[in-house]
Design a protein. Structure first.
Length: 101
């Protein structure tokens, strides 16, 4: 067993890194979609409701918006974590089988 990494192993690591980067992009896209949803929630909340039912609806939308904001924050953390993982996978592609460079 040699101490150098095979070209096929390096290619596999590069491919995995690319796939993880793509995953980060998809998670980021979800975050962007939540931004769009939050804008629509905001538009609903800005309507001047004339009835108690309308006011209750606006309050309900506000609660949903708060939950979506928290979810968006978690997606941002997830995107960062996935990108860090992609960098770690990429860094391992330069190592030898014995763990050196």
């Amino acid at each position: 067993m040699g101490s150098t990494i095979k070209a096929s192993d390096a290619d596999a690591c590069a491919t995995r890194s690319y796939e993880v980067q793509q995953l980060a992009g998809r998670v980021g896209t979800c975050s962007d979609r939540l931004d769009s949803l939050l804008r629509r929630f905001w538009q609903v909340q800005m309507i001047e409701w004339q009835s108690p039912a309308g006011t209750a609806y606006r309050n309900s939308v506000g609660l949903q918006a708060a939950a979506v904001r928290r979810a968006r924050e978690q997606l941002d953390f997830a995107t960062s974590a996935v990108l860090r993982h992609a960098q770690a996978v990429s860094a391992t592609s330069g190592r030898t089988a014995g763990g050196g460079y």
